[in-house]
Design a binder for this molecule. Structure first.
Ligand SMILES: *Cc1c(COP(=O)(O)O)cnc(C)c1O
Length: 420
């Protein structure tokens, strides 16, 4: 459930009409609902309350806006970060360093150093080499880095290939068969406190069976390590739970997911950690856009909107579907191709889709744009960087400015020797 609904014939975010935000901020613009964020954070947390000990780390990469992070912090979430930049955002939102998990396959020395210095709660190591490097850095700072070892369980998450992370050929984690040996060697290093295992098999997971298989394999490894005398007190099961992108789509709920976790981990006696991203933020945001013009096409007209693949990359990157709706629907529908203005054929949001009838100047929204939306935005075609707004009841605020192309241009220069 979300808070982007029609009221008196106009789409609202909570109690604010979207055309009011568009008029004041311009388009395209992302609009987030605080109530939806809070609701999703609670539904997920409450579902997992059937487990004895948990730690929730919001996957910052899904939506790193500092206002979004501060809403999640207030709901008791820590953060899962994959760069120093994301770490600094989580800290800026007031999340305690101890509640932050540092993931990522290519943490640099500089990032490891900064994270150790900041007192990050857990490093999810993606290789033995990274562990050795981190141990040296921590020891040089007179600190101990708390770590989990990310394991690649070789399970197919049955999601889009570009967001599948748990198959043997994917770059993430260490091979399952080598994990016990690596854990043993890293446990012997000064500077590291190896306390657990981590797994994350992919994103937009819509079938819980691969997760069950992966978690079960992790349980086997956990027991093997304990039998050998190693401490495994924390088990990080990652994120990845999918969200409905189409109205009426039936997906596993957080409660279904929690039931699988509870079943597999029944006798684990460990703190179970989670890194949810999309399931919290996906349906908490929409991208508001204006129709530039409607252009005749062969099979259906092209609805050219002022949002593009640089603002919302998912359709171009993953063939993703985002429902489209008019802000002031007339009740009429039309068959249309919805495209952005960028000079790439992949700048296409929908082909041959029946949508609310729109004409030039009308406003529309792409739904379920709160995750992997604004965070992937860029300035391709020298377009502005898209702004973000948060709504709370009948109030709203700009939570990220539009960065104008002139600001980007101002950061560039022509070297003197080119003018010679
Ligand atoms: C991307 C990612 C997540 C979050 O995935 P969602 O599908 O947004 O829940 C969690 N953990 C890791 C390690 C990730 O890379």
């Amino acid at each position: 459930m979300d808070h982007f609904q029609l009221k008196n014939g106009v789409l609202h975010a909570e109690d604010v009409p979207l055309d009011q935000i568009a008029a004041e901020v311009g388009t395209p613009v992302y609009v987030y609902s605080r109530a939806t964020l809070t609701r999703h954070a609670r539904v997920f947390r409450d579902a997992l309350a059937i487990l004895p000990r948990t730690h929730l780390a919001f996957a910052v990469k899904s939506n790193p806006n500092v206002a979004v992070l501060s809403v999640l912090k207030a709901e008791g979430y820590g953060a899962d970060v994959v760069s120093e930049g994301e770490m600094n955002r989580a800290l800026a939102a007031g999340m305690p360093a101890a509640d932050i998990v540092f993931s990522g396959v290519g943490k640099t020395r500089r990032e490891l150093h900064a994270a150790v210095a900041a007192g990050i709660g857990q490093f999810n190591l993606e290789s033995e080499e990274e562990g050795v490097e981190l141990a040296q850095i921590a020891a040089s700072l007179g600190k101990v880095a708390v770590c989990a070892l990310r394991v690649n369980p070789n399970v197919d998450a049955r999601t889009h290939a570009k967001i599948s992370t748990g198959k043997a050929e994917n770059k993430f984690g260490v091979a399952y068969d080598r994990a016990a040996g690596i854990y043993a060697r890293l446990s012997a290093l000064d500077g590291l406190d190896m306390r657990g295992l981590a797994v994350h098999i992919g994103s937009q997971i819509t079938d819980l069976e691969p997760s069950r298989q992966a978690f079960t394999k992790m349980g086997v490894l956990m027991r093997e390590l304990r039998t050998q005398g190693f401490v495994v007190s924390h088990m990080d099961l990652g994120g990845g739970l999918g969200v409905p992108y189409k109205i009426g789509e039936e997906l596993p709920t957080p409660a279904d997911y929690a039931a699988v976790v509870a079943d597999v981990t029944r006798d684990w006696d460990a703190t179970i950690m989670f890194e949810p991203g999309r399931v919290i933020t996906g349906n908490a945001g929409v991208l508001v856009t204006e129709v530039v013009r409607v252009k005749q096409g062969v099979n259906a007209p092209f609805v050219v909107v002022d949002a593009a693949m640089n603002d919302l990359a998912r359709p171009a990157m993953y063939d993703a579907w985002h429902d489209f709706a008019a802000v002031r629907p007339t009740g009429e529908t039309m068959l249309a191709n919805i495209v952005g203005p960028i000079c790439e054929s992949s700048d296409t949001f929908a082909m041959g889709r029946t949508i609310d009838a729109v004409k030039a100047g009308d406003l529309g929204i792409f739904r379920t744009a709160g995750a992997y939306g604004a965070t992937m935005a860029n300035t391709y075609n020298s377009r502005p960087l898209v702004p973000e707004v948060m709504v709370d009841g009948d109030r709203w605020a700009i939570v990220a400015d539009r960065i104008e192309p002139s600001a980007v241009l101002a950061a560039e220069r022509i070297p003197e020797w080119l003018a010679e």
